[in-house]
Design a protein around this ligand. Structure first.
Ligand code: HAM
Length: 435
């Protein structure tokens, strides 16, 4: 009977035929992370609601409208993480990582939850690769973090992405900027959505990233923060741009980027694609020099970014970027009878012990059906075991692609087979080098 319970709106299953693509992306991203000296951190999927209210900011869309918040049986308000920075910062402080050599560079692959209107590239459960660098205020760190994201895209051979950078200053520059924004938006107060009317006094910058079309239109004419930077923030931004140029990273200054989370200060940036529709921001990040203090520590400047993995996958599909094929079955060991099956099960285990993949008949199929199955799962090689093979101690190993056959010892099968696979790989490498 068909299952009547469906997946939750805005969530996605990754099926076995697709999951190797995700794994390839995750492994690529983690190996770039290693080259940049970032180490993985894992934090819980839920945190105290207050953590997100204080870090992401209680006048942001994320906190006001999108969090999955619930009371646990002990009456505590908990929230499924809408992003990874707050949890990483909490763990950094809670475990005293600031006592180790700075900067501390951490990264994570994590699921996130936001109650948003689902559409292509916008989900309620999505996944991020994020990186956070704690304990440096140097503009060189901003450039390095941007370069890190840039290298991830290069490693995945993604070309269609534009990098936009901006500076949204520090609390000092914000004072004048907020005043200018208030003066501007006051003229349109009645036309703003209800949420933004409330934001006008408390946090006028949030009106700039409101998703309501009417508010976005009004925001187009608002003053831009770059015109209000203090000397220090302005110098910092100049240096970041200088280092980016030095590293040969193309960028465009977009004074309209403010980002949707309250913790940002100074540099903010986004990598945007035009080939995946309205949700084109694949990566977003920036500096958050005040966040750790907000969470109760001494002043520890920090910065980071996160890449949305579903958007990354959409982009790779849109660009027809081929991902390596799934690592299938190295050898299928067919068995003609019960005795042969026992031998096949033992050989399969030995082959797996050599870090190769082997399968045998755990269904009870006829030989013909077993061979059909071996074909279907794309086995590279097959052997058939029956009374003759077991008595003689030898069986024919068949290359399923070329049809070539060779006699191989059953007793030493695993070791000999490993040599054959190694030779195949060498041949493949030589062919690639020769091309
Ligand atoms: P964010 O811009 O909110 O920043 O999210 C980062 C990325 O996550 C986005 O660029 C997008 O690719 C992906 N994303 C966000 N929402 C969704 C959604 N509903 N569905 C699918 N993908 C989505 C942050 O989360 C910050 N914590 C980034 C950061 C780290 N800043 C400093 N450190």
């Amino acid at each position: 009977m068909a299952i009547s319970v469906k997946s939750i709106k805005g969530t996605q299953d990754v099926l076995p035929s697709e999951s190797h693509k995700n794994r390839f992306i995750e492994q690529t991203v983690m190996s770039v992370a290693e080259n940049f000296g970032f180490k993985e951190i894992r934090t819980p999927v839920f945190e105290h609601t207050e953590l997100f209210q204080r870090s992401v900011g209680d006048t942001t869309d994320v906190v006001e409208k999108e969090m999955y918040t619930f009371l646990d049986k002990g009456g505590r308000s908990l929230t499924l993480r809408p992003e990874g920075t707050a949890g990483a910062a909490r763990a950094f402080l809670e475990h005293g990582l600031f006592n180790d050599a700075m900067p501390q560079k951490v990264c994570y692959l994590t699921s996130c939850y936001r109650y948003e209107k689902p559409q292509a590239g916008r989900l309620r459960e999505f996944h991020q690769f994020g990186a956070e660098c704690f304990g440096t205020q140097s503009p060189a760190a901003d450039a390095e973090v941007i370069s890190f994201a840039n290298e991830i895209f290069a490693a995945l051979e993604i070309t269609d992405l534009k990098l936009y950078v901006n500076s949204i200053g520090c609390p000092e520059c914000r004072k004048n900027y907020h005043k200018a924004l208030k003066d501007y938006f006051k003229q349109y107060e009645d036309q703003l959505c209800e949420t933004c009317q409330k934001r006008l006094e408390r946090n006028p910058m949030r009106i700039l990233d409101c998703k309501s079309p009417q508010d976005s239109k009004i925001a187009e004419g608002a003053p831009v923060v770059l015109d209000f930077l203090c000397e220090e923030c302005s110098d910092h931004f100049e240096k970041v741009k200088e280092y980016l140029t030095l590293l040969n990273i193309d960028f465009t200054v977009d004074p309209k980027i403010v980002r949707g989370l309250d913790y940002y200060t100074k540099t903010v940036f986004e990598f945007v694609s035009t080939s995946i529709g309205a949700q084109g921001t694949v990566c977003g990040g920036g500096r958050y020099d005040g966040l750790l203090e907000e969470l109760g520590s001494q002043h520890i400047p920090a910065l980071g970014f996160a890449i949305g993995l579903e958007r990354l996958m959409l982009l790779m599909q849109a660009q027809n970027i081929e991902l390596p094929a799934e690592n299938g079955c190295d050898v299928y060991i067919a068995a003609m009878d019960e005795e042969a099956l026992k031998e096949a099960m033992q050989i399969a285990l030995d082959v797996r012990g050599q870090c190769l993949s082997a399968q045998t008949d755990i269904v009870g199929r006829s030989l013909k059906a077993q061979m059909k199955y071996a074909d279907k799962i794309g086995a590279k090689y097959s052997i058939v075991l029956g009374t003759n093979e077991i008595e003689s101690g030898k069986a024919e190993l068949k290359n399923m692609q070329t049809g070539e056959k060779m006699l191989i010892s059953i007793d030493d099968f695993a070791e000999d087979f490993q040599q054959i696979i190694l030779q195949d790989e060498m041949k493949h490498l030589e062919e690639m080098i020769g091309e």
